[in-house]
Design a protein around this ligand. Structure first.
Ligand code: 3PG
Length: 307
């Protein structure tokens, strides 16, 4: 019998698991669940005989892919697929997919939520500041970036965006000011919200020089990936610019240094929470399950990410 594994170190909401089960069992397949595992060995054992699998930020390394002898399709229920060894998948003839857009509203809501939290000093009773009237820069105008722009407009913020892969006209049609360079985005905006993927070109690209362009009181909001930050440069900036703050859903490796030195100028969620809503889990989970069934039954490769 065709087997589909859900392997989630950070489990989906139970309603999402039920919804995935309906799709998978409805196709006549068996669903296997591995949640909250603590050891890579558990994942390696679980993949041994599955035909399809759904993961989140779980690391589908070469070792995992090679242990999955029957695997035909792996779906990352979410946007970023930097956690999958695409080369290993391609070598083994495995199709890798993501589910773009399915969890993006949840991530965008968290970005704005964290901004309010910091602006109101963690609700500590002291006077904070408002978001209204501030400039926000959307660094990469994809699914999440668009939602952030929309919500930010509701707060009365002025929204700018930089994305070399999206036509300026398309950005401006949304009532967002498109800028020509990344430098212009950072030098114009009090807040910059990151929505770039982590890849060879973007890793450590958010560096001292770029961040230092931000105006007085600049705040970087990261719901993307920690790898895109040059942490050495970030720490130097925190030291040189006492007005600068950093908010992230993916705590940096140097988080202890922030805790020791920069109280009130940072906020990090304890575990990546952006996509952790029932709605996002259900949307991304059902999409992932349907993509697996459609690939196995009909060879449908929509949303394939390894070419
Ligand atoms: C994504 O790339 O979709 C988000 O970062 C969400 O990741 P998660 O599923 O691990 O919460």
């Amino acid at each position: 019998m065709t087997k589909v594994l859900i392997a989630t170190d950070k489990p989906f909401a139970p309603a999402a698991v039920n919804a995935i089960r309906e799709v998978v069992e409805g196709a006549g397949y068996e669903l296997v669940l591995l949640e909250s595992y603590t050891d890579k060995a558990e994942l390696i054992a679980a993949v041994a005989d599955v035909d399809g699998m759904i993961i989140r930020s779980d690391k589908a390394t070469r070792e995992v892919i090679e242990a999955a002898k029957n695997l035909k399709v792996i779906v990352r229920a979410g946007a970023g697929y930097d956690n999958i060894d695409l080369e290993a998948c391609t070598e083994k003839g495995i199709v890798a997919m993501n589910t773009p857009g399915q969890n993006s509203n949840a991530v965008a809501e968290l970005a704005l939520g964290m901004m309010v939290f910091l602006a109101r000093k963690g609700y500590n009773g002291q006077a904070g500041v408002e978001l209204r009237g501030k400039n926000i820069g959307i660094h990469a105008y994809g699914n999440v970036g668009k939602h952030v722009a929309n919500i930010a407009k509701g707060f009365g913020m002025t929204v700018y965006a930089f994305d070399p892969f999206v036509a300026k006209e398309a950005i401006e049609a949304d009532g967002v000011k498109a800028v020509d360079t990344v430098e212009e985005l950072y030098s114009t905006c009090h807040y910059v919200s990151l929505h770039i993927p982590a890849n060879d070109k973007t890793k450590k690209s958010i560096n001292y020089d770029l961040l230092n362009l931000m105006p007085e009181g600049g705040i970087l909001v990261n719901t993307a990936r920690k790898e895109v930050i040059d942490e050495e440069g970030m720490l130097k900036l925190m030291e040189d610019r006492k007005d600068f703050a950093y908010i992230s859903d993916i705590a940096p490796d140097c988080k202890d240094e922030f805790a020791a030195k920069y109280e009130g100028r940072f906020f990090f969620t304890p575990k990546k929470m952006g996509a952790q809503t029932a709605e996002a889990n259900i949307n991304a989970g059902i999409a992932g399950a349907n993509q697996i069934v459609n690939y196995i039954e009909k060879g449908d490769e929509t949303f394939r990410v390894n070419k």
